[in-house]
Design a protein around this ligand. Structure first.
Ligand code: ADP
Length: 414
């Protein structure tokens, strides 16, 4: 072979070797590099083709590494998602704070409690959310001494919050957890119970004092004067009646409130129920020269606890008679709408002060002017319960000096 031939052969071989080097080394290496860079950017789905040649093994190991990183990252983010879901489904609001008192995490309940979105709160100092020195003091104590602290704070609108701060062990940047329990309802219940006891004692005291003074007067000699003695006994009798009525009303109220007596629903002829109630009250109205009328259209049958509704209407009529002067009138009307039976008891009596009106359905509430009326203030609370236990409502409208109208709306099915 000539020298030229040798040179040409070498050149061709060199060119072939170069091509092979490019195809088997350079090109796969570039692909591997591109895939590695994509992985480094966080694209865990990046893979490289597996070439034939010396780099096959490297490409395969890179793909295998990428696959296991991708599954580890997916598992971690699923875990985080679960944790966030669990924290967010807690009914108690809480926030994780760093050592400087900044909020690092706030759950959904906290967003609702403070009416602030988590992204407005996270990263901000906790005091911006709740400026209360006791809570900050508790936060510092938990952070510095590892103590668990509880503080009860009152927020505007009579909202009571119990704040519990605890250190978070091994929480990294999460230094302290602040948990909030809304105790508003508990506090309100306590208040209602306290008022209730005070009211019962107050209401019992008046008739008891009356009976006591009667007994003392009789013991002091009045017993020997039959006319005076009879008069005093009549007074004691009225006081005893008042006590008995009150105790009965209290018992009924507590039974209804504890849910002990279920509704005895039965098909009820509402018009005749109203007629008998009005008839029962007729003598009382007559004694006060009042006209008591019933104006009921065809009401048909309705599924009701007749006894309970009858007592409610009776109560309203009794009140109407009691708070209407002689010669006035009391009217009971009733109609049936597609959804409900609507019963109204109107009178031409004293009316109710607009300041008292929103409160008359509370237990023991009596408008001042009627303190002397002898009632217990429980009647309307019972009326409200009776109607609400049927899913209905009771409303009162009144003009002072002109009269009042109480409206019972009791939903019924056709
Ligand atoms: P009471 O035993 O005092 O009648 P209620 O609960 O039945 O208790 O009524 C509460 C208060 O509401 C009464 O004390 C009275 O001030 C007022 N009230 C109720 N019904 C009438 C009415 N028809 N007219 C005027 N005031 C009324």
């Amino acid at each position: 072979m000539s020298a030229l031939g040798v040179v040409l052969l070498v050149a061709v071989l060199a060119a072939l070797a170069g091509l092979a080097y490019y195809a088997y080394v350079v090109k796969p290496l570039r692909r591997i590099e591109a895939a590695a860079l994509a992985l480094a950017r966080g694209d865990f789905s990046a893979r490289t083709e597996t070439p034939t040649g010396p780099l096959r093994g490297v490409a395969e190991s890179l793909n295998a590494t990428a696959a296991s990183v991708a599954s580890a990252v997916a598992a971690a983010s699923q875990e985080r998602g679960r944790l966030a879901a669990a924290l967010n489904s807690s009914v108690d609001a809480f926030a994780a704070l760093d050592r400087d008192g900044r909020v690092l995490f706030a759950n959904v309940a906290l967003e609702q409690l403070f009416s602030r979105r988590a992204d407005e709160v996270v990263g901000q100092p906790f005091v911006w959310l709740l400026a209360d020195e006791r809570v900050m003091e508790a936060f510092r104590a938990s952070r510095d001494t590892g103590a668990r602290r509880e503080s009860l704070i009152e927020r505007p609108g009579k909202q009571y919050l119990q704040v519990v701060t605890t250190p978070i062990a091994n929480g990294g940047e999460w230094a302290v957890l602040a948990v909030f329990h809304d105790l508003t309802d508990v506090k309100r219940t306590e208040e209602v119970r306290r008022d209730f006891v005070a009211n019962v004692s107050h209401e019992l005291r008046t008739p008891l004092a009356g009976i006591k003074s009667v007994v003392e007067t009789l013991a002091d000699g009045a017993i020997n004067d039959p006319a005076v003695a009879a008069d005093f006994l009549k007074r004691a009798d009225a006081d005893v009646d008042r006590l008995v009525q009150m105790v009965e009303e209290l018992l009924e109220l507590s039974r209804i409130e504890s849910g002990d007596i279920p509704l005895a629903l039965a098909p009820t002829d509402v018009a005749s129920l109203l007629a008998s109630t009005v008839e029962r009250m007729q003598p009382q109205a007559e004694r006060r020269n009042q006209t008591l009328r019933l104006d009921a259209s065809d009401l048909g049958m309705a599924e009701l606890d007749g006894a309970r509704i009858e007592r409610a209407v009776l109560n309203l009529v009794q009140n109407a008679i009691k708070f209407t002067p002689e010669g006035g009138s009391v009217t009971v009307t009733a109609e049936r709408t597609p959804e409900a039976i609507v019963i109204r008891v109107s009178d031409t009596g004293s009316g109710i002060d607009p300041d008292d009106l929103p409160r008359i359905f509370e237990r023991f509430y009596k408008a001042d002017q009627s303190r002397a009326s002898g009632g217990s203030g429980l009647g309307l609370a019972l009326v409200r319960h009776a109607v609400e236990s049927h899913g209905g409502t009771v409303q009162a409208e009144s003009r002072l000096g002109e009269g009042s109208t109480f409206t019972l709306t009791i939903p019924v099915r056709r």
